[in-house]
Ligand binder design. Structure first.
Ligand code: SAM
Length: 535
């Protein structure tokens, strides 16, 4: 049976219609039908997928599909497994991908309209084509088990959910992805064709030439394409490296994520396999690591986050500019030697040093990250040290690595001022959020308990409302993690500041010692901070 409609959720169109993506006009959502009407009925019989893998020459041993911890499917050990055990062997004929040998030119031509970096959109076209084949698809046992909606992915959030993220690097990405899809869809199908499908329609149908439409004339709308992109981004693997198409790996992709995985995917002759990394007891869930991903990427691509400060790869992005450090200095009221508020002016030598750190100038990369193992971005520390320096000799000629070393102050006064500025920068970053961490935790606890208890608003703060949806709850959990990171970084700054204050005998650096003796420190090399100074 060929499905005529491929509609999943109307949320995508809502994001476009409310003006946050596209100003003016209104997106027409033609219908809100469940994907189950699109050719393939959902199936709760997971053994069919295992049988399918076996029929196609794969192997499945010691592993079972089970209800996962997060509401969907998961994998678990069906017996005790020794380290290195092969659990699933998936031959390439089971990989869902597009290919010059197997796919019609119409599908490949459509893929070619999508830039390679948008690999999930490329593979999404193939996924939709298979879905529309219905029971005739070679992958139908797999397609039946795919989720019919991916609510945690912010592309599908209501506007309130996107706003609740309160974190521009991610909200900008969400809007960019939606806008790209919207523009691409209109470019491919042509705007104003008067075909009666409205703005919600993507490819309806493609050129009238027979065989030119990989979807066989079935209307495929933004919602459907969004569903397919989200399925791909949350499940596909790049088994053959970034220059080859990504692939969906049926069954293997039922494993949920942990940063402490007990299984791994490895290439094998003729395909890929899932292997035990350590001894696993019967009944234990199988955990795969999806990669060293920040909560930003987990949320955008997979629709979940790792909460409670347990994501070691999560960071808060800051954009460097001198104004940020000046604001930090004002917030903490950093004073110069005469007791006047310290002005972080940008003299030419400071500008040159910042350029060598690639924080200024034509080759600048101003993205800084707070978090991870280090907590403080070394380049931010270096910038603070440079900007508070009273003379060039305090900072010049040390080498970038030395200047960025968080635990190696250049001199006591310089470090005390730099740390005060850093504390101010972190406080400014925290104050950019509309709510505090404490308020978020009350909101989260309230939503989880279904209680109406609301956090106290701060003076001047607009009224806070209870969280109205799971989108908003996830968004608040996400932003709470960012505040935890900034809080931990502030604590680190405070510890460092205490150490500087306590350490009267802070070692002088070569530059400071030379400056004191009235000699000039060795000049910085032409290649930036250049080599480390000899000890
Ligand atoms: C590759 S699939 C794993 C199988 C999936 N649970 C299913 O039912 O099809 C990835 C999706 O599983 C869910 N997931 C995986 N690991 C998770 C985790 N640690 N926390 C929350 N959700 C997770 C997310 O919805 C994610 O998009």
């Amino acid at each position: 049976m060929r499905g005529r409609y491929l509609l999943t959720t109307r949320r995508w169109a809502v994001l476009i219609a409310d003006g946050s993506v596209r100003r003016g006009g209104s997106a027409v959502v033609t219908a809100s039908r469940d994907l189950s009407t699109a050719g393939i009925a959902p199936d709760q019989q997971p053994h069919a997928l295992v049988d399918w893998v076996l029929q196609r020459g794969g192997r499945v041993d010691g592993v079972a599909l089970a209800a996962g911890e997060f509401g969907g499917w998961g994998l678990q050990a069906s017996r005790t497994l020794a380290p290195g055990t092969e659990l699933i062997l998936l031959p390439t004929s089971c990989h869902l991908t597009y290919d010059e040998r197997d796919d019609p030119p119409s599908l490949l031509a459509l893929v070619d309209t999508i830039p390679p970096e948008l690999w999930s959109a490329r593979l999404a076209t193939k996924l939709i084509a298979e879905r529309l084949r219905g029971d005739e698809s070679a992958f139908c046992s797999y397609l039946r088990l795919l989720p019919s909606a991916l609510p945690g992915i912010p592309m599908f959030f209501q506007k309130r959910g996107v706003d609740a993220l309160d974190y521009p690097p991610v909200t900008a990405q969400v809007k960019k992805r939606c806008l790209w899809l919207y523009n691409w869809a209109n470019q491919v199908s042509g705007v104003g064709r008067g075909d009666g499908y409205g703005l919600g329609t993507v490819l309806a149908p493609l050129p009238a030439t027979p065989g030119a439409d990989p979807f066989g004339g079935a209307p495929v709308d933004l919602n459907a394409f969004g569903w397919a992109m989200a399925c791909v981004s949350s499940r596909a693997f790049r088994t053959r490296g970034p220059s080859h198409p990504a692939a969906m790996l049926p069954l293997i992709d039922m494993a949920n994520h942990s940063f402490d995985p007990n299984v791994e995917v490895l290439p094998t002759e003729g395909g890929v396999g899932l292997f035990a990394r350590r001894k696993i007891e019967a009944g234990e869930p199988l955990w795969l690591s999806y990669g060293k991903l920040s909560n930003d990427l987990l949320l955008l691509d997979y629709g979940f986050i790792v909460p409670n400060n347990e994501n070691p790869y999560d960071t808060v992005q800051l954009k460097f500019d001198v104004g940020l450090l000046q604001a930090g200095a004002m917030v903490t009221n950093v004073r110069d030697a005469l007791g006047a508020p310290m002005e972080l002016t940008l003299s030419p030598w400071k500008a040159a040093l910042l350029a060598e750190l690639r924080l200024a100038g034509p080759a600048a990369n101003t993205e800084l990250n707070i978090g991870g193992a280090e907590l403080l971005d070394g380049r931010l520390v270096a910038a603070a040290r440079i900007l508070v320096a009273r003379q060039e000799s305090e900072v010049a000629g040390r080498g970038a690595e030395r200047l960025c070393a968080v635990d190696r102050p250049l001199g006591r006064e310089n470090e005390a001022a730099a740390l005060a500025v850093l504390g101010g920068v972190l406080a400014v970053a925290l104050s950019n959020f509309a709510t505090t961490l404490e308020q978020d935790l009350v909101l989260i606890a309230g939503a989880e308990a279904g209680s109406a208890v609301m956090p106290e608003p701060l003076p001047q703060q607009p009224t806070l409302w209870p969280l109205a949806s799971s989108d908003e709850l996830l968004a608040v959990r996400f932003r709470a993690e960012k505040k935890r990171i900034l809080g931990a970084a502030l604590q680190r700054v405070a510890e460092l500041a205490r150490a500087v204050a306590a350490d009267g005998g802070l070692r002088e650096t070569a530059g400071a010692a030379a400056a004191k003796k009235g000699t000039k420190p060795a000049p910085a090399t032409g290649k930036g901070f250049g080599k480390k100074k000899p000890a």
